[in-house]
Each structure stands twice: as structure tokens, then as C-alpha cells.
Design a protein around this ligand. Sequence first.
Ligand SMILES: [Zn+2]
Length: 193
Amino acid sequence: MIETEQVIRCGHCKKPIIQKSKQRPRLYCNDVCRQLDYRRRRRERTQAELLHTVKVRWGGYLPATQQLLNEIMQGHGEPLAVRVAATIASEVAADLPTKGAALEEQLKQDLEERLEELYRTDTERHHFKKWLQQHPQPNDVDFAKRFLADSRFQPYQSRSWHIARLTDRQGYTDEDRAVFVELWKDMLFEGRF
Ligand SMILES: [Zn+2]
């Protein structure tokens, strides 16, 4: 019998991953993809919360509608007012999935743009090491471990100060630098939205 070979695609970029060993299957191309996927999942939770708030707000009738329903009730009796209210409710409900999806996409883009802007304009010093210690990263991303153990990095410094020291000579790779950028963005993003 021929063993079926399962193609595993990267959890972030969806490219097929060549499995090198027979041990544990690799789920991401590299640590950058792993880190980006981790952030996406976390951000999706934030988006879901925002969306929920908006939907709840839509659920209630606007004051003008309430007033109209009141007038209908006084002029034409309660049964008609109830019917009108129910019709409006089903109209809104039918429209929600469309509006919801568009809103979700908009929120996603807005958050992404705000994050990029935040990152681009950030020149401040931050307690990055402390932040990293308090926010355990996925186990397999070993950049965080190496970085925290590296005493050459001061606890309170700017992004450019860090990047200037994450050199090949200091033992850091392109992938490490990319992971650092994503972590720094996570730190900036956190608690802002
Ligand atoms: Zn990937």
C-alpha cells in the first residue's frame, strides 16, 4: 500500500511546506509566518468585539422610528404599529449580513492602516523587553527567547536602537529582524484600539 502524503500548507501564507523530517509536521514556512498568523488571530478577536458592539447598536430603533411607531399606534391602533415595527426589524435583519461583511472588511483595513501609521511614526523609547516578558509568544518562535537572554539589549530603547543592534555580527538573521518588527508592532498595537 502506498502511504498517502499529506500536503501541509502554511497557516499564514498558505504556501505548501516541504516537510523535512518524519517528526512533528511544520505548520508554518518560518517564524515570520508563525508570528503573523498569531497576530492575525489575536486581532480577529478585537475585530469581532468591535463588530459585536456596532451590531448591538443597530439592533435598537432610532428615536425618529420610535416616534413614528408611537404616532401610528395613536392614529391607527396598536396592531398596525406592531406590524410596522416587525417589518422594519426583518428589513434590518435581512440587510445585516451584507453590511456586516462590508463593515468587517472596513474595520480590518482601518486597523491595519492605523497600525502601519503607528509603526511608521514611532520613534519613542519603549520597555520592549518587559513587554515581551509579559507576553509569551508561540513556543516555537525562538527569537523571543534568544533576545530576552541577550544582555546587550537595554530594557528601555527605541526601535531604531534595537534594529541597529540586531545585526548578523551579533548573531541575528533577516528572519529574526522580521520577527522583531512584528513583535514591535504588536506592542504598539496593544491597548490602543
Ligand atoms: Zn508562510
